[in-house]
Design a binder for this molecule. Structure first.
Ligand code: GLA
Length: 731
């Protein structure tokens, strides 16, 4: 038995058994990688110490391969399938060494394995993010052939797999579509296969998300029970699957996550390696909430660009003017958001195109020249107007795409993705096409789009990077091996984004993809935030934002006040409710201020000023979800607290109202029971609640709570859509 100690590199030789405890602050994962044997998975859960290892084996849990491959013991499904040079489909992975090193946030372990017969080498990595209780895993698969002709083909190449003891295990996965992002689906795990996959090719969080919550103690709860959260950090196609067989060998469910191999078998030539994306795991005994807080801390600290810094309050032009961009209109929006206390104005789609002016979504993508008919003084003129008004300026681009009606396509028809010899299959508006980012010339072009705009106007502080189409016709005029397209597209995109970030480390970039199509930890490291959904209906947003918060922090979650009636749902919702929902994430506006009354503008101005007081708590604090809008209680409540629990913000929304309806008392969570908190109601419209200005102990608020009436007294004529934002400061 051996525990690897603090050394930079350790080589294990001739050990009959080599159990390694991979630990974070509160969790451990144990593997047994004895030399010459297949590495085995022993445990993932609460933190263990060396002395627990003998108990672990004595407890009798089943030991299964860490990275199962198709081999002679065909009792388990595979994470790795390889076609060897002679056509043999089996793989036999034997440990040759384990190495350990330290990095800033924890440790990295790598288990090197070799196939004794074929030229295959696999390294299995584990990386700890100690303080955040995340352990991630991925693999590096190498063709170690001696002869040039010896290619190997990867037909399945998951990032990792995890055995989970059967019992009352439930899985929560997420999916939806445009304007209906991130519905939650929660079911017990039975026999057979359950698969969560995305094959869009470009974006990957509309139809399904690559994150799942796995509850080990029955239907998941917010604040108790053992839960494992898993997030595959990859920007392209993926498959997460649970496989449960009814054999003696399967007293465990097995969870696998990796790039989706459908139409994507990957050929490795002699000496080539393939690195699979990171699969991040977090275990918590504090229910869904515990796992979410771990992912939020991890995302802010290690993943998001500028994570841990609050994001600006902005006005985006899209729902205010759509394609109807003109200089006076933009100036007026700039003045309006500056007057309301905002910090940034973002000009959305519709500002570009020369031969093909962008009047709708049918043409112009690729022609990133300013339309001088609409903006005679160019982007610089708008940036100057923003500066004059004391705010920053941002712009929308969609650089991975083109239109049939564009000068770019006329010049480079071979740059688009479409199966050779087939008719063009176009998207959005009828004429849109995806550019072939596997082609280095296209990569240079896409980098050039960003670079060109920034060079022409260095004052641009924010870029909304959109992607509104999937790959329909799989085919590249550049690649020899068409099966590599989906993967090479995302490698190309990563290269472009690396170059952009190297040259422009300070600019804020939003990941948008037809709304929330790129809410994923594989793409977000190049971005500051994401557009959560094109649906700005505040009622539906209580659901979308709730579910998105399972894996993504409020700092990155753009939430804008839309118009009423809402442009997507047609629902009429009072301004206060719309503001209060947007205040629970990264606040912004998505409407035409000139269509607002002076009172409405004043209301927004006051709310923006209130939001500035709580923005750091909301964007950077710990989230406690309390009552889900899905629970059918007619309310939705949640709270953000600083890690020190000295400040907190409580959000309360009525999501359904009937005359005489009684809702549960508003219970708080995440506070210090021993401290007293003063409550200040924010965004007050009319009479404040009776708790305003009073103090309560944290214990009282968490055990007894407040009586908040379901009826709306603050939202004008409406009796429904009551909402309250309560700011708590410890005395
Ligand atoms: C996508 C985005 C919107 C907007 C439009 C512009 O749909 O999600 O927010 O930027 O494109 O065409």
């Amino acid at each position: 038995m051996k525990r690897i100690l603090l050394m930079t590199t350790v080589l294990l030789c001739n050990l009959a058994a080599a159990q390694t405890i991979i630990s974070t602050k509160n969790t451990s994962l144990v593997i047994d990688a004895a030399q010459g044997k297949e590495p085995l998975f022993l445990y993932y859960g609460a933190r263990l110490e060396d002395g627990d290892l003998s108990s672990l084996r004595a407890a009798g849990f089943q030991e299964l391969p860490v990275y199962p491959a198709l081999n002679t013991n065909g009792a388990h499904p595979e994470a790795l399938c390889v076609r060897m040079p002679d056509g043999n489909l089996t793989t036999d992975l034997r440990t040759s060494s384990i190495e350990e090193s330290t990095w800033e946030g924890g440790k990295i372990y790598s288990i090197s394995c070799k196939d004794p017969v074929y030229p295959l080498e696999v390294k299995i990595y584990y990386k700890t993010y100690e303080a955040e209780d995340i352990i991630s895993t991925w693999t590096e698969i190498r063709n170690a052939a001696k002869k040039k002709k010896d290619e190997i083909v990867l037909t399945r190449f998951d990032s990792g797999s995890l055995p989970i003891r059967r019992g009352d295990v439930w899985v929560m996965s997420f999916g939806g579509g445009w304007a209906d992002e991130t519905e939650a689906f929660c079911q017990p795990l039975g026999l057979g296969v359950r698969s969560v996959y995305n094959r869009d090719g470009v974006r990957n969080s509309h139809k399904a998300h690559s994150e799942v919550m796995i509850s080990l103690d029955g239907k998941p709860r917010e604040d108790s029970g053992r839960v494992i959260g898993a997030a595959l950090c990859y920007s392209g196609n993926y498959e997460l699957r649970f496989e449960t067989g009814d054999t003696r060998r399967m007293s465990m469910h097995r969870f696998y996550a990796g790039i989706d191999p459908t139409h994507s078998a990957y050929t490795l030539a002699k000496g080539e390696s393939f690195t699979t994306p990171e699969l991040a795991l977090s275990w918590s005994s504090e229910g869904l909430g515990g796992v979410s807080r771990n992912f939020h801390r991890w995302g802010r600290k290690w993943k998001l660009t500028h994570g841990g810094q609050v994001n600006d309050i902005l006005l985006n032009s899209w729902e205010g003017v759509y394609f109807d961009i003109n200089e006076e209109g933009m100036h007026s929006m700039i003045r309006d958001i500056a007057d309301m206390g905002g910090e940034l104005f973002v000009m959305d789609d519709g500002w570009f195109g020369d031969k093909y002016p962008r009047l709708n979504d049918h043409t112009s993508l690729g022609d990133w020249v300013v339309d001088r008919n609409k903006l005679p003084h160019g982007i610089e003129g708008l940036a100057e107007e923003a500066r004059r008004n004391g705010i920053k300026f941002g712009i929308w681009i969609e650089p991975e795409m083109t239109n049939v009606g564009s000068e770019l396509f006329e010049k480079h028809p071979d740059w688009v993705i479409n199966a050779p010899k087939r008719e063009l299959v176009t998207g959005r508006g009828g004429g849109q096409l995806v550019l072939d980012l596997s082609n280095p010339a296209v990569q240079d072009y896409v980098f050039g789009v960003f670079d060109g705009i920034m060079t022409a106007c260095p004052e641009i502080a924010y870029v909304k990077w959109d992607a509104n189409m999937q790959i329909y016709s799989q085919g590249s005029g550049y690649l020899k091996n068409q099966e590599h397209l989906y993967i090479e597209y995302h490698r190309g995109l990563a290269k472009v984004l690396d170059r952009i970030r190297a040259k422009y480390p300070n600019v804020s970039i939003q990941a948008c993809a037809g709304g929330g199509g790129r809410v994923n930890w594989g793409i977000l490291p190049w971005f500051d935030e994401f557009w959560t959904s094109d649906n700005t209906d505040a009622l539906q947003r209580t659901y979308i934002q709730w579910n998105t918060s399972y894996f993504f922090p409020a700092e990155a979650m753009a939430a804008h006040i839309g118009a009423s009636p809402n442009h997507t749902t047609g629902r009429e919702i009072p301004l206060k409710f719309r503001i209060d929902v947007a205040m629970s994430a990264r606040l912004g506006l998505e409407l035409q201020p000139s269509a607002m009354t002076e009172d409405e503008k004043a209301h927004c101005k006051a709310a923006i000023s209130d939001y500035k007081k709580i923005r750091d708590v909301v964007q950077l604090g710990d989230l406690y979800r309390i009552v889900s809008p899905l629970d059918g209680k007619g309310i939705c409540t949640k709270l953000y607290a600083t890690p020190e629990k000295d400040r907190a913000v409580f959000f309360w929304y009525s999501t359904e109202y009937f005359q005489g309806k009684q809702v549960p008392a508003a219970l708080f969570a995440g506070l210090d029971p021993e401290r007293r908190y003063r409550i200040t109601e924010l965004d007050v419209f009319g009479k404040p609640l009776s708790c305003d200005g009073k103090t309560f102990s944290g214990r009282f608020l968490m055990e007894t709570g407040l009586n908040i009436p379901a009826k709306n007294y603050q939202g004008g004529p409406h009796r429904d859509y009551a909402s309250h934002v309560l700011y708590l400061t410890a005395e």
